[in-house]
Design a protein around this ligand. Structure first.
Ligand code: MN
Length: 272
């Protein structure tokens, strides 16, 4: 059954993640997303829609626009289609941490038979997202067994994500650094935390050790400060346009196309 592994790893009584539902899709446009996931380790989950679920790979260093850079991509369990728009906090259990919708759009296979390409371990495709565009390939590093997708052996789950040389490739630009924020909310991890239900993040803050634990603790502290500032602020004034006419009221999606600096400045201006 599709999504069995997804279900097995989660307790839907405690996680805000979507339950496992396979929707009817006409297949004319295939969805993709990249979710930046601050969990035990920061990583980027790239997900490609196929047959109503999201094929998933965890990319520790995130996608690179440099065709000379191969990024490790560990295949993980298929996720429900509805997960593709998820952004928020996973308070506990598998994947506990913060999920940011870092990029989304559509993907197009560059091969006639997607299933055959997956079995072979060589899937070429085009992305049309806000941040990632053009031609890419996911190639399995060791694929002795046909149909090994989602198999238990680590050697069967190890892929590389590589950008092909085209108008969208760049050997210099670090896209993760250049465009670090959410395409859904425009925010960073602490904004996602601060927007969430306080019961989730105050009483069930993800407890981790090592450097990511320190990173999480810092993000939680910053989120608490943002939240406290909002709680003590008077209602927002009706006119917030700056005198210089700059666009302080751009939509989150528009801001997400840039580095999201407008939102950061706006947060810091909040009184309290
Ligand atoms: Mn993840």
């Amino acid at each position: 059954m599709p999504l069995d592994e997804y279900r097995r790893k989660r307790d839907f009584a405690v996680t805000p993640e979507p339950e496992a539902v396979v929707p009817e899709r006409d297949g004319s446009q295939l969805f993709f997303c990249v979710q930046k996931h601050l969990a035990s380790h920061l990583h980027y989950d790239i997900r490609l829609e196929l047959n109503g679920v999201l094929l998933s790979w965890a990319v520790p260093k995130g996608p690179s626009l440099d065709p000379g850079t191969k990024r490790l991509a560990m295949q993980t369990e298929d996720h429900p289609f509805a997960y593709g728009e998820f952004e928020g906090v996973i308070p506990e259990g598998y994947g506990a941490g913060i999920v940011m919708l870092w990029d989304k759009g559509t993907w197009t296979p560059e091969v006639p038979d997607i299933e055959a390409a997956l079995r072979k371990g060589d899937l070429k495709f085009t992305l049309d997202g806000y941040k990632l565009k053009g031609s890419w390939v996911l190639v399995r590093t060791s694929g002795r067994y046909a149909g090994a997708r989602g198999g238990s052996g680590a050697e069967q789950r190890t892929w590389l994500l590589i950008k092909h040389r085209d108008d969208w490739s760049s050997p210099e630009l670090d896209i993760a650094e250049f465009a670090p924020y959410s395409v859904k909310s425009g925010g960073d991890f602490e904004d996602i935390l601060a927007d969430d239900n306080p019961a989730i993040w105050q009483t069930n803050r993800p407890a981790k050790d090592g450097s990511t634990g320190a990173m999480l603790a810092e993000v939680v502290a910053r989120a608490a400060a943002i939240k406290a500032a909002r709680a003590h602020a008077s209602p927002p004034p009706t006119s917030t346009e700056p005198a210089d006419g700059s666009d302080a009221t751009a939509t989150p999606k528009k801001k997400a196309r840039t580095t999201g600096g407008a939102r950061k400045r706006a947060v810091k201006k909040t009184p309290g």
